[in-house]
Design a protein around this ligand. Structure first.
Ligand code: GLU
Length: 430
C-alpha cells in the first residue's frame, strides 16, 4: 500500500476541519499520536523454544479523559495500523461524548497457531511489557480483533499482580465473574443495530423489504445479523474469512449462528448433508462477491481496507453501515459518495463496544453493577442521540455522514483542547 493507514485516516480529519472553527492549535495537536510504545514480548513456547513477538500500544489523545481502546492479536498488526486505530478511537469516544480519549494496542501474531498455554503467556507478557503505559486513570485497554473476555481476564490479573492490588478498572471486556459488564460481549453489534434502526427510519423502508449483506461473522457481525433477522430484515448473505453464503430469499441466521458456534467456521453451513435442509437454498460466494451484491444495506464487519479504489465501483448497496473499523479507504469514500451511497461511519456505528466498555469501567470504579436491561437501555439512548445529531449535521451542512461524525467529534475535541489555552488566549493577554 502506497500511503500509510494513518495518513489515510488523517485525510478524514482534514476534510472535516473545513466545517468546524476550531483553533489551529487544536487541529495541529490532533494530527499526531501523543505516545507510541513498541515492545518485544519473549514467550516460552510449549516445545521449549523462546519466541519474541512484537507488540504496540498507542495513546493518541487524552484531552477528554483516560485513553481507551482495544488490543488486537493479528498477523498483520503494525505500528501504523495501531496508530490509525488509536486515532479512530479518539474520534469515536468524542462522537459518543464519553469522557475518554483514544488508544489502541496490538501484537503481531496469529493466535490461532498458539496453544492455550502459549496464548496465556503471550497475554501476560504483553501486560508485563506495557504495564507502565496503562492504568485505570491513564489508559484502559479492551478486546478487539481475535482477543476475547478470557484474554482480558488474564491481562487484568497480570496487571493486578504487578500492582499488588486488584485493579478491575484497568481493562474492560472481562468475564462477568471478574468484573465484566452485562452486555459487553454483544455491545458492538447491538449498538450498530440501534444506529441502523434509527437511521433507516429516515428512509421509509420497512424491514421486510430491506435486504442486507453482512461481511464478517465474528463477535460484531453475527450479533447484528441476528438482531436484523429477528427484526424482520432479509439478511441474504453472510461471510467469514473462509468465504460466504447467499440466498435471495434470506438466510436462517439462528441456524447459521448455531453451526458456526459448534464448528467455528461458516464452512460447516455450506451445502453438506442435513445442514442443507436447515439452511435453505443458498449459493457459496466469496467475500469480494458479497461486497458487490445488489442489496439495500451492506454491513462490513470484518477488517479494515475491504473497499478500496480498486473495488469501490462494483459496490451496489444503497446504504453502508461500517461495523468494522476502517473498512473503506478515503479514496473509496469519494467514489461511493459520488455514486450517492450513504456511508454511516465506524466511529458512530461500532461505538457500542466502547460505550459499554465505558459502562464497565464506571461499574468497576463504583462497585455497583447494572442489569442487562439497564446497560442496553443506556446504550440505546446514548448511541441513538448521537446518531441523530450526526444525521442532523449531515443534512444541515450537506455533507456525507462520515464527515458529519468527524465534525461532531471535532467540536467536542476542539472545545477541550481550547480550554487548555490557545495562541489567541496567550497572545491577547500580553
Ligand atoms: N475494540 C473496540 C473498538 O474498536 C472496543 C474498544 C473498547 O471497548 O475500549 O471500538
Amino acid at each position: 500500500m502506497a500511503t500509510s493507514i494513518l495518513s489515510d485516516a488523517n485525510r478524514r480529519l482534514e476534510r472535516a476541519l473545513k466545517y468546524v472553527s476550531i483553533s489551529d492549535d487544536a487541529s495541529e495537536r490532533l494530527r499526531y499520536p501523543k505516545a507510541s510504545l513498541t515492545v518485544s514480548i519473549p514467550v516460552r513456547m510449549d516445545d521449549g523454544t523462546l519466541k519474541v513477538f512484537q507488540g504496540y500500544r498507542v495513546r493518541y489523545d487524552d484531552t477528554r479523559g483516560p485513553t481507551k481502546g482495544g488490543i488486537r492479536f493479528h498477523p498483520d498488526v503494525t505500528l501504523d495500523e495501531v496508530q490509525s486505530l488509536a486515532f479512530w478511537m479518539t474520534f469515536k469516544c468524542a462522537a459518543l461524548n464519553l469522557p475518554l480519549g483514544g488508544a489502541k494496542g496490538g501484537v503481531t501474531v496469529n493466535p490461532k497457531e498458539l496453544s492455550k498455554f502459549e496464548l496465556e503467556r503471550l497475554s501476560r507478557g504483553y501486560i508485563d511489557a506495557i504495564a507502565n503505559f496503562i492504568g485505570p486513570d491513564v489508559d484502559v485497554p479492551a478486546p478487539d480483533v481475535y482477543t476475547n473476555p478470557m484474554i482480558m481476564g488474564w491481562m487484568m490479573d497480570q496487571y493486578s499482580i504487578i500492582c499488588r492490588k486488584l485493579s478491575p478498572a484497568v481493562i474492560t471486556g472481562k468475564p462477568l465473574s471478574m468484573g465484566g459488564s452485562q452486555g459487553r460481549d454483544t455491545a458492538t453489534g447491538t449498538g450498530a443495530f440501534y444506529v441502523l434502526q434509527a437511521l433507516m427510519g429516515r428512509f421509509n423502508k420497512a424491514p421486510h423489504q430491506t435486504t442486507v449483506a453482512v461481511q464478517g461473522f465474528g463477535n460484531a457481525g453475527s450479533v447484528i445479523a441476528r438482531l436484523l433477522f429477528d427484526a424482520g430484515y432479509q439478511v441474504v448473505a453472510v461471510s467469514d474469512s473462509q468465504g460466504g453464503i447467499y440466498a435471495a430469499q434470506g438466510l436462517d441466521i439462528p441456524s447459521i449462528q448455531q453451526f458456526k458456534a459448534s464448528t467455528r467456521s461458516l464452512k460447516a453451513v455450506y451445502c453438506e448433508g442435513t445442514v442443507c435442509n436447515v439452511i435453505n437454498d443458498h449459493t457459496d460466494i466469496t467475500n469480494e462477491e458479497l461486497l458487490s451484491l445488489d442489496v439495500d444495506i451492506l454491513v462490513p464487519a470484518a477488517l479494515e481496507n475491504q473497499i478500496t479504489a480498486t473495488n469501490a465501483d462494483t459496490i451496489r448497496a444503497r446504504y453502508i453501515f461500517e461495523v468494522a473499523n476502517g473498512p473503506i479507504t478515503s479514496e473509496a469514500d469519494d467514489i461511493l459518495n459520488a455514486k450517492g451511497i450513504y456511508i454511516f461511519p465506524d466511529i458512530l456505528v461500532n461505538a457500542g463496544g466502547v460505550t459499554v466498555s465505558y459502562f464497565e469501567w464506571v461499574q468497576n470504579r463504583s462497585g455497583l453493577y447494572w442489569s442487562l436491561e439497564d446497560v442496553n437501555a443506556r446504550l440505546k439512548t446514548m448511541i441513538v442521540t448521537e446518531a441523530e445529531r450526526i444525521w442532523a449535521i449531515a443534512q444541515e451542512l450537506a455533507i456525507p455522514p462520515r464527515t458529519a461524525a468527524y465534525v461532531h467529534a471535532l467540536e467536542r475535541l476542539g472545545d477541550a483542547l481550547n480550554d487548555k489555552g490557545t495562541r489567541d488566549y496567550y497572545v491577547s493577554g500580553i
